[in-house]
Ligand binder design. Structure first.
Ligand code: SF4
Ligand code: SF4
Ligand SMILES: [Zn+2]
Length: 334
């Protein structure tokens, strides 16, 4: 347990959390919506500091991050808790558990594990790093000092000040842009998606290497108009070189009555984005799909060949036409 950042005391020993746009007002003894930040006698604490519920190693491609240190394997770390309440959550056992759980592992121990095992970086992932902010931040600071990379896989539901603070130690981020306002209202239990859009722009502005994922759920966010709007927003605000992943949905948690995303829908989204001028568009969650590869936007040559998480080759420059392919984090690929 550690004193939380980003909160203020209110009258009557209440506190207001200022970490994410929910701005929970929390009475003594209670936790906020995410379930991991608690008011104890008018002070506010993180219950998940140094208590990861998941600690694995994963290929960076699994995040997915396709243009950041491709082919590297990193620690993947998460605690319980999340500030959204997505009906389709694949990690609901850890995003909204009945009680906090996790092993003891300090930031020092996480970084030591990476160094001892020659792993180049750490991904803060599976649930939502925002809600284990203090633990992530201290770990990121040590990791940066030790020469490791830090990447977040985030829902982007974070306030500007903490986002800016995290950005200082972040090398890359994949943000889920789940859909339009209606989608966030209906599926994620928040009134609006604007804070997510603002956070994405902020991470970009702060110089964090950024990729975007959109999980396509039939009947929820797969209309042509919805896809087109999302693509145009990404292109306008983040630029055509931003890697954009359309991911396949499988029935889960409270969305069990919907079939997996048809291949045609994913292909259609890929076409829409590519025709709109996005240069690096991917289809995800479909093993062996040819649209997992990176194609040169100028001549169509394969420049990064992937099969699942296996990388056959990476060309930072197209051998056929000389086009430079945007890849960050090269120093960790050696
Ligand atoms: S981080 Fe948690 S406690 Fe804080 S506002 Fe968001 S949901 Fe509420
Ligand atoms: S943001 Fe991710 S982890 Fe959180 S509830 Fe939604 S799908 Fe689950
Ligand atoms: Zn080329």
């Amino acid at each position: 347990m550690k004193q939380a950042l980003f909160w203020k005391p209110l009258k009557g020993r209440k506190v207001k959390c200022q970490l994410c746009p929910r701005f929970c007002n929390i009475s003594e003894g209670k936790t906020g919506y995410c379930g991991v930040r608690q008011n104890q006698k008018g002070r506010f604490y993180s219950l998940v500091y140094g208590r990861p519920c998941s600690f694995n190693t994963d290929p960076i491609e699994k995040k997915p991050l396709f243009h950041f240190a491709p082919g590297t394997v990193c620690i993947s770390l998460s605690t319980v808790g999340c500030n959204l309440g997505c009906l389709h959550c694949q990690n609901w056992e850890i995003s909204h558990p009945e009680a906090v759980f996790g092993r003891e592992m300090s930031p020092e121990e996480v970084v030591k594990y990476a160094k001892d095992n020659h792993l180049p970086g750490i991904a803060y992932t599976y649930t939502e790093p925002t809600v284990f902010f203090e633990y992530a931040l201290d770990t990121m600071k040590l990791a940066r000092k030790a020469g490791l990379y830090n990447v977040w896989v985030s829902n982007g539901y974070i306030n500007p000040e903490p986002a800016r603070k995290a950005a200082r130690y972040l090398d890359a981020i994949n943000v889920d842009l789940k859909g339009d306002r209606e989608f966030y209202k209906k599926v994620c239990a928040v009134p609006d998606h604007k804070p997510v859009l603002e956070a994405i722009k902020l991470f970009k502005k702060e110089g964090v290497f950024l990729e975007v994922t959109n999980l396509l759920i039939p009947g929820y966010n797969d209309k042509e108009k919805q896809i087109q709007e999302l693509v145009l927003w990404v292109k306008k605000n983040l630029g055509p070189d931003t890697p954009l992943h359309f991911s396949r949905f499988y029935p889960y948690y409270r969305v069990k009555d919907v079939k997996p995303t048809p291949a045609e829908t994913l292909d259609r989204a890929w076409e829409t984005a590519t025709k709109s001028g996005m240069h690096y568009v991917y289809v995800g969650n479909v093993a062996g799909h040819p649209k997992e590869n990176t194609y040169c936007p100028k001549c169509g040559e394969i420049v990064i060949k992937r099969t699942g998480y296996y990388i056959e080759f990476v060309k930072e420059k197209c051998e056929k036409c000389g086009e430079k392919i945007p890849i960050a984090g090269e120093k960790w690929m050696k």
